[in-house]
Design a protein around this ligand. Sequence first.
Ligand code: PAF
Length: 282
Amino acid sequence: MKTVTRVAELRQQISDWKKAGQRIALVPTMGNLHQGHLSLVKQAKDVADKVVVSIFINPLQFDDTSDLSAYPRTEGADAEKLAQVACDLIFMPSLTEVYPQDMAAQTKIMVSGADDILCGARRPGHFAGVATVVNKLFNMIQPDIAIFGEKDYQQLWVINKMVADLSLPIRIIGGEIVRESSGLAMSSRNQYLTESQRMQAAGLYQTLLTVKQQLQAGEKDFVLIENQAKLSLTEKGFDPDYIEIRRAFDLALPVEGDMSLRLLAAAKMGNARLIDNIAVQL
Ligand code: PAF
């Protein structure tokens, strides 16, 4: 496994692999890797010859500077974990390698509709920051395939839309959510939780499961179900941002006859803002 920090060196390696006819998969990350990330790397190896993992904490996608400065930086431990799975190359660029000019002057990718709903509506500029850095990583690495975790379901939708809207020749694959035994979705942000909050935090998944049961039992008043679920989150010690029933395919509000739904939630517990989602098939 090789670690590269400069785009020029990265391009040389990628070009050698492409000349040899090898297919390249990218797993973009901000580091602080856990089992969820490692499962994406394993999935990448199943569909490509070479796997590149990028580790870059992208300031452009943080709407809160204290969140950015607190974000855990664990490059040494990350490299050790990646050496145990099938990663071929870690791309770990510096800030100036990715943004050589003033970030305020950076051209941004605004994915239409991303800022109007769910996390986009609560975190101004977040998805433009994500789409911009992912687009830059795509241009630097030129992967055939890129894999993103389904835990950030709206992010996966944003990337799929960007790829379709800009005709990028990259196949996007979603990786299943990896959960702790309590049901809590694995996330770098779980480490902001105390031990007791970590147990309580599994309540987010339990609430999603309850909503799923209600929908599958034929309950139709979505607004009432969402309001009850929000209340239930508050009772479980969360400060909920939203819990919403959406159409899985485009995250629009479901209409009569939609069978494939996604339940998405974001809620704060202590210092952590947690997100989670599950699929519901009617
Ligand atoms: O999901 C993440 O870790 C980040 O949003 C990503 C996709 C690496 C872009 O910075």
